[in-house]
Design a protein around this ligand. Structure first.
Ligand SMILES: *Cc1c(COP(=O)(O)O)cnc(C)c1O
Length: 408
């Protein structure tokens, strides 16, 4: 019989989203008329911006002509999209990122997992706790960890707890690590790093020859003009960081699929024989071998994000969700809860009330307010005692959910 990848068997089974689904299903079977509002899973709810739809319709019509037909495109993305991204997302903020360093893809989830293809087996890896589960599980699947312990923590990983006491900004590791996952604005805590805080990480990485994988999927939600959107706003980051970005959350592309990864030229890793190797060349080779690019139609849709109309529409979308976040913060505070996040990110991170753990608070909200959120413990052991509500929903649902929570 064929052998399976035993690393998959190390994954903690039946956790978080399946468990939420199970509890919601059991509740709605017992209470079929209870109107449930889901503020749990981090998916957007508002329609695609008109500029993107118009561009994609135009691209479909082009594809219907012999002259306008596009077959396989460049694996790295079309030059016009890479140019638009480099200019608007990076150069306009003073980051020296060129179009050639941008790899267009069908998602940051895949890129942040696939990047392990070009990284060695012996790296010491640091993740925050709580964390976006993809970073951990992709390392488990790739055989870069040991087994999970009773707390769900995998052998070989360095967990950096982020809690209210450190403002949800990960402390630097005590010893030396080689690979660090950072996500700002953060999913799930909604925290964001200042330039000074990011600089500490860049300095650590440079001093320790480490690589930072920087997930900026939520950069569009930053409201404070002083805060960095890209790690390349920090001097030295080109020598130690790869950045992931996505059109999923800013432009509502979660179902349309387009993202990008920045691999700076001159960013090096080490081969087993000590030789220095350029990561750009390895990632380029990986993409050319295993990936055939994002559809022409979708790339035209993503390009439209950078048009004047697209910029205005994306800004309005983000503002809409951030108003939801403000309502959630305000109402939960009025209900006597301690809340974090929700100011530079679409997630509000709630401290569960005395005597209730994350799942206890989940059951309480589901049972009494028919509101579904996400237990913090599902994102890691240090998430225990916290709970995530997402601002991705209609205004009516957010207001109704808050009304119910306040009247508990
Ligand atoms: C939603 C999200 C992404 C985006 O993933 P896509 O695959 O591009 O949709 C990336 N990172 C984090 C932390 C996210 O929450």
């Amino acid at each position: 019989m064929v052998q399976v990848n035993g690393n998959y068997l190390k994954l903690k089974a039946g956790y978080l989203f399946p468990e939420i689904g199970r509890r919601v299903k059991a509740f709605s079977e017992a209470n079929p008329t209870a109107p449930i509002i889901r503020l749990g899973i981090g998916d957007v709810t508002e329609p695609l911006p008109e500029a993107c739809r118009t561009a994609m319709k135009g691209a479909i019509d082009e594809m219907g002509t012999r002259e306008g037909f596009h077959g396989y495109g460049p694996e790295q993305g079309y030059p016009w999209l890479r140019e638009a991204i480099a200019k608007a997302d990076f150069q306009s903020r003073g980051c020296a990122v060129s179009a050639e360093e941008i790899f267009v893809s069908d998602g940051s989830k895949c890129d942040s997992s696939n990047i392990l293809d070009i990284l060695g087996e012996g790296n010491r890896i640091a993740v925050t706790d709580p964390v976006y589960p993809v970073y951990v599980d992709s390392n488990v699947m790739a055989g870069r960890t040991g087994d999970a312990d009773d707390a769900g923590q995998y052998g070989g990983l360095t967990y950096l707890p982020i809690t209210a006491s450190n403002g949800f900004i990960a402390p630097l590791p005590e010893g030396k690590v080689d690979l660090i996952y950072l996500c700002f604005p953060n999913n799930p805590t909604g925290a964001v790093a200042t330039k000074a805080q990011l600089k500490q990480w860049v300095d650590y990485a440079l001093a320790n020859d480490a690589l930072i994988l920087f997930d900026a999927a939520y950069e569009a939600f930053i409201q404070d003009p002083e805060l960095p959107h890209s790690i390349y706003e920090i001097d030295g980051a080109r020598q130690c960081a790869i950045e992931f970005r996505s059109f999923s959350k800013n432009a509502g592309f979660t179902g349309t699929r387009c993202a990008l990864t920045v691999v700076p030229k001159g960013l090096m890793g080490t081969a087993a024989n000590g030789e220095k190797v350029e990561l750009w060349a390895l990632w380029n080779r990986r993409q050319c071998t295993k990936f055939n690019g994002v559809s022409y139609i979708v790339q035209r849709g993503a390009e439209a994000v950078y048009s004047a109309a697209g910029q205005a529409q994306v800004k309005a979308l983000v503002s809409f969700y951030m108003e939801n976040a403000a309502i959630i913060r305000q109402e939960l505070k009025a209900a006597g809860l301690t809340v974090y996040g929700g100011e530079q990110a679409p997630y509000v991170w709630i401290q569960t009330p005395e005597g209730q753990d994350s799942w206890g608070f989940f059951d309480h909200l589901l049972g009494n307010a028919h509101v579904v959120g996400t237990p913090g413990s599902g994102f890691g052991a240090a998430g225990e005692g916290y709970f995530r509500l997402s601002a991705f929903n209609s205004r009516a649902n957010v207001e109704e959910a808050m009304r119910r929570i306040r009247s508990l």
